[in-house]
Write a protein that binds this ligand. Structure first.
Ligand SMILES: O=C(O)CCC(=O)C(=O)O
Ligand SMILES: [Fe+2]
Length: 212
């Protein structure tokens, strides 16, 4: 693997958090040059390539503006910044599989743009025994985000209404959690909010979450 040691250490921290708590939040997971390259890559997309995000699964995909209003574009290895990001996530996948035997088979991710006022209501990224999203990642590309800018990600425990984590969408921060276990929502932002949301998938949707 052609990764620098600091990134491997960062992977270890993510693995440990998932094994122990099922969720972790990692400020500065992406270094400044990576954030800048991805931000530039995202900003250069023509507007027509960003389309209203879907909800639901596969062929049942549909948009529902009461649930989410962001715009997305699937990210593939079609630019250097995207290739670099996918390689980084492949490294994380490998580490997860080696240490936790999670059986992660592939990774899908998209750029997401929330314009002022956009939101994503409380939801789960995967339902037990249905679908194959196992581990969610979100990284943010927003420099100098202030609490007053809104756009917080609120994460809830599996049961209960109390907020477990409130995350500002700060440049470089990674949020990673078991997709079936943590309901979450995105509050309306007051400025443009850029992120990459992604999901590691398994083949067998009924395999246990983390084998220890
Ligand atoms: O952008 C975020 O903070 C979370 C996005 C999200 O929940 C999703 O795309 O499923
Ligand atoms: Fe989500």
């Amino acid at each position: 693997m052609n990764t620098v040691p600091s990134v491997d250490n960062a992977f270890d921290e993510v693995v440990e958090a998932i094994a122990e708590r099922g969720i972790g939040i990692f400020p500065r997971f992406l270094d400044a040059p990576r954030v800048a390259a991805l931000h530039q890559d995202f900003a250069a997309l023509p507007a027509w390539q960003l389309t209203p995000a879907g909800i639901g699964r596969d062929q049942h995909q549909h948009t529902n503006k009461r649930i989410r209003t962001d715009k997305t574009r699937w990210l593939e290895g079609d630019s250097p910044a995207r290739r670099d990001y996918l390689a980084l996530m492949a490294g994380l996948q490998q580490q997860m599989n080696r240490q936790l035997f999670m059986g992660l088979k592939d990774y899908e991710c998209h750029y997401a743009l929330y314009q002022p006022g956009d939101f994503y209501k409380k939801h789960l990224d995967a339902f037990r025994g249905r679908g194959n999203r196992r581990l969610t990642t979100v990284v943010y590309l927003n420099e100098d985000w202030r609490p007053a800018d809104g756009g917080d990600l609120l994460v809830y425990p599996e049961k209960g209404k109390a907020v477990l984590h409130r995350v500002l969408p700060e440049a470089g921060t990674l949020v990673c959690f078991l997709s079936e276990q943590f309901p979450h929502e995105v509050l309306p932002a007051r400025r443009e909010r850029l992120s990459i949301a992604g999901w590691f998938r398994i083949d067998d949707p009924v395999a246990p979450a983390v084998l220890l």
